[in-house]
Structure formats: C-alpha cells, structure tokens
Design a binder for this molecule. Structure first.
Ligand SMILES: C[S@@+](CC[C@H](N)C(=O)[O-])C[C@H]1O[C@@H](n2cnc3c(N)ncnc32)[C@H](O)[C@@H]1O
Length: 280
C-alpha cells in the first residue's frame, strides 16, 4: 500500500474487523443496498465515464458503476487488503472487464490528476482523520466539472428503529471491541449536514453542494434468528448464554417481514461538482 494517513482505520480494516466484512460481504451488501438507487441517481454515470469508487469494500458499487460506464471504466480504492481480495475475486467471477482496484488510503493517495469524471462512495468517506485534506485530494482526482456523489449515515434520533432495535444489544453485550468502536465513531463523523457543507464548501471548493435526506430500510437477516447469528458473529470472546440470545431474538421479532428483518433508517445523499467546467 502507498502512504497511510489513517493507521488506526488501516489496522481495523486489515484485521479481524475487515476480515468479517470480507467473509460476510454479501450480507453487508444486502444490509445497505437500499441506498443504491439514490446513490446512482445522484452520480448520473454516463457510458463513457471514468468512475472512482472511494472506500469500495468488496466492490459491489464499483461493479454497478462499471456496468453503467460501459465504454469507460471504474476503479475501486480501499484501505483494506482482505476486502479488495474479495472484490477482485467477485469481479472475475462476474466477468466485469472494465474494473480495477487499488489498495490505498484515499485521503493521501496520488490519484491521476483530473483522471476521473465521477467519484462515488457508499459509506466509504467517513473514515478520514482529515476530511478537508481527503476531499481536496478527491477534487484533484476529478476533472474540472467532475461530479462527487456519496451516501453517509444521518444522525439517528431516539425514535429511530435502529436505535430502538439495538438498545438491548448494547445493554446485554456491553461495549464493542476496539476496532468496531473506532469504526463506529468514524462512521458518524459526517452525520451533521453543517459539517458536510463546511468540509465541501469552506475547506474545499466544491460547487453545487447538495445534502439531501434519503429514507432507507436496512436489512439484517432472513428472520430474527438469522440476524442475531450475524450480529453475534461480529463479536469475539465468550459465547452468549441461551437466555441472552433468546432475548436478543425477541427484540428483533417486531421487525421481521416477509422480506427479512428490516429497520427504517436514513442517510444523506451528498452531491457536488468540482469547479472549473468549460462553458459550452
Ligand atoms: C462501511 S465500509 C463500505 C464499503 C463499501 N463502500 C460498501 O458499500 O460495501 C467502509 C469502507 O471504507 C474503507 N476505508 C476506510 N478508510 C479508508 C481510507 N482512508 N481510504 C480508503 N478506504 C477506506 C474500508 O476499508 C471499508 O471497505
């Protein structure tokens, strides 16, 4: 990997935490795929575009972008070697030819200047220790007039289904391990829209910045038992007692539907443009 400016995140995403994401890539993709329509509507990828997918993980959105950019190409950049191994294997298995991946810290990686028409991210831009530096770096990677489109979590209030559904998990299971905690803290770093605008407009010079709320449903498992299996698989340490497990399942039962355990949540869709497009 090239220079790393975020060693704590590099450690988490290359350790057991990142390995869990790689092993359960399908589950994580299903969990958040409800945001895809909004993300790709915001990105407005055209057939000849060169697309950069920031924090691409196992590359689900990189491959969608590559299919949309049928005469162009998509590059996924991520700090996690295990997730990129999975991305490359899935890309080969799906036979998508116009895709490449790079293992790098997107905050400081030397992208080809003006090398991309569009930069997208599904939840991969919150982990930068220095957001302003990172978004300036991404702006340099975009051609003048190039587009940025990403989704990131919105702050959840006490009425949020996700907060309510997982309250008991916190109470019964205690604090998460340090890598999970580091990722969770970073995950919330752009949840305030004022902060997003400050980073993109004041500290960087993107134009046409729009921060729109998007309602989504996150999908946690086929049923409550399956969702609890997945959530417990993220923990290390001693197995939980049978009565604890049963209580956790009961807490998710109200959210079971015919299409799995679904929780209503919300994300921000952020779109912006790198200044300097030539006038037609
Ligand atoms: C929440 S996951 C989202 C993955 C993927 N976009 C998806 O939707 O499945 C965040 C991703 O950002 C990556 N990441 C974290 N910090 C990064 C950095 N500084 N540079 C590049 N990628 C980073 C992680 O390795 C991880 O794959």
């Amino acid at each position: 990997m090239t220079t790393v400016a975020n060693p704590r995140q590099a450690e988490a995403w290359n350790g057991p935490f990142g390995a869990h994401w790689a092993t359960h890539h399908e589950r994580y993709d299903t969990l958040v795929s409800g945001v895809n329509d909004a993300l790709f509507a915001g990105a407005a990828i055209e057939a000849g575009d060169r697309v950069l997918d920031v924090g691409c993980g196992a590359g689900a959105t990189t491959r969608i972008a590559a299919r949309l950019a049928a005469h162009g190409h998509a590059v996924g950049v991520d700090i996690s070697a295990p997730l990129l191994d999975r991305a490359r294997a899935l890309t080969a298995a799906e036979g998508v030819a116009n895709v490449a991946y790079e293992c790098a810290d997107a905050q400081v990686h030397r992208f080809p200047p003006a090398g991309y028409d569009v930069a997208i991210s599904r939840g991969g831009v919150m982990f930068f220790g220095n957001h302003a530096a990172a978004f300036r770096n991404l702006a340099r990677a975009l051609r003048p007039g190039g587009r940025l489109a990403f989704v990131c979590p919105r702050q959840a209030g006490p009425d949020s289904e996700e907060v309510q559904a997982f309250e008991l998990f916190g109470k019964l299971l205690g604090e998460p391990d340090t890598d999970t905690a580091a990722a969770q803290i970073a995950m919330a770093s752009l949840s305030d829209p004022t902060r997003i605008r400050e980073v993109l407009q004041r500290y960087t010079d993107y134009e046409k910045v729009a921060v729109e709320p998007v309602a989504v449903e996150t999908v946690w498992g086929r049923d409550a038992a399956d969702a609890v299996d997945f959530l417990l698989s993220r923990r290390t340490g001693t197995p939980v007692a049978a009565d604890t497990r049963a209580a956790l399942e009961d807490s998710l039962r109200p959210y079971e539907t015919e299409r799995g355990v679904r929780l209503r949540g919300a994300v921000w869709l952020v779109t912006a443009t790198r200044p300097g497009a030539r006038r037609q």
